[in-house]
Design a protein around this ligand. Sequence first.
Ligand code: NOJ
Length: 539
Amino acid sequence: MSRNLENLVVYQIYPRSFQDTNGDGIGDLNGIRKRIPYLHKLGIDMIWITPFYPSGGKDNGYDIKDYKAIDPLFGTMDDFKNLVKEAKDHNIGIMLDMVLNHTSTLHPWFQKALSGDKEYMDYYFFKDKPTNWESKFGGSAWEYVPHLDKYYLHLFDTMQADLNWENEKVREALYDVVKFWMDLGVEGFRFDVINLISKPKEFKDVVIGDARDQYTDGEKVLEYLQMLNKNTFGTKDLVTVGELSSTTVENAASYVNPKNKALSTAFGFHHLKIDYKDNKKWHIQKPDYSALKSILRTWQDSMEENSALMALFWNNHDQPRSVSRLGDDINYPFESASMIASMMHLLKGMPYIYQGEEIGLPNAYFESMDDYRDIESINMKEILSETFSKEDVVQSLSAHSRDNGRTPMPWDHTKHYGFSTTTPWLKFSQHNNLQTVSDVLEKENSIFNWYQKLIDLRHTETIVSKGKVFWPEDDHESLLVYGRSYGDETWLVYNNLEDKAVSISFETLPQTIILSNYNRKELKSSMTLNPYESLVVKL
Ligand code: NOJ
């Protein structure tokens, strides 16, 4: 089935933390199936499920050791087939996560390589000498194998060895993986760090930086994507999204420009780095709103010029929760979460909602450093301790650890929040006023309700799905305003990014209020927006 890209809304599930049905404290595929009616009620069209394949367990599934099977932790192949069917019965498509930049070192290909098999060594990068590149999870990007007297490349954990896409056998084997899942009725794919697949011909030391400029958006990324498209999902017109690490707007546009026949959409991360001081993840600063405005504008404009679509998102399993990061999850939990949502959802592109976002789930607020489970956080705890004070390490992890986005879903107020019958693999968010799905569903004007409205607007209003985006002048730092226009219809979307009131004025009084998170009923030519107010009007 081919879906209309312009009005599609995707919901991301991190299976480990969504719903457990077999009492082991880890979510599973049957748990996702159980919650399909809930997702149907929300109104989404597709579910992206992060990896559930057998893995080395080092990076929660992103270290795959068998691409064509289900990790027993998450269920069986029959469970998967039943899930696809249940979703389809609710007109929801399934999008799978394809981790094609690297495999686990436990994958049979790597194991054969380790045994010295030359054919399989060429599936990866084995070199006599390492370069000074840094791994994204800290430490060197090369691991020494004494019995081979060689180093292999791992841009992530030591157990995630980078695949050599230059080798045709590797590409063919990966096409085969994608086709395997297509045959099982999958309707979309998310490609993990896909702009890292083209490595340089020569590996060189760098003088400054961690070396990401050496392997990001490599020469052949577009060509490899076009080959992948042609040999797999392109034949069925499926929905695809590429995760683009540290990309540029030009490269992103080229991967998603429809005329290039590569990907349908992509994730860029620049708008999330507005609270990184000097572009460093663990150095935190207050969000830079002028940077946010200029990034959103540049990316929207460039996508428009390329007739391309970006993915629209704030949250995923690698990010802190947007309500805690940009909003105020204590004093304005609904207002700030709803403003953050409409600011993103009413742009042009393909919106993604990450599990829990629709109930305003906040950060983890773990009390102890021992509560973290994420490999990056664990490594960083050590690395940061060398230069940061103990308090700064705690503060950095608490603000930016990936575990913020991975705490289990609190469904109701039964023991273990209805997530499991036992203690889960990771603690629930320790926020003082944790709202569960059942709390939120009971309220009339809830954040869940707000997401339903946003989804509905994308499904029913052509101006949201197809309209041009434009950027009126705004003279206030904490105000983000943009407009949409389609035919003779025009909307303005006002977002007050802070907890202080902001004045706005209209040149001509708008006709209608489309959305207001303060339940505003009247408009005046000059008005004051409340803390975190989001107001959408039709001119
Ligand atoms: C991006 C994924 O989202 C992240 O969770 C993972 O650790 C890296 N890619 C490596 O696969």
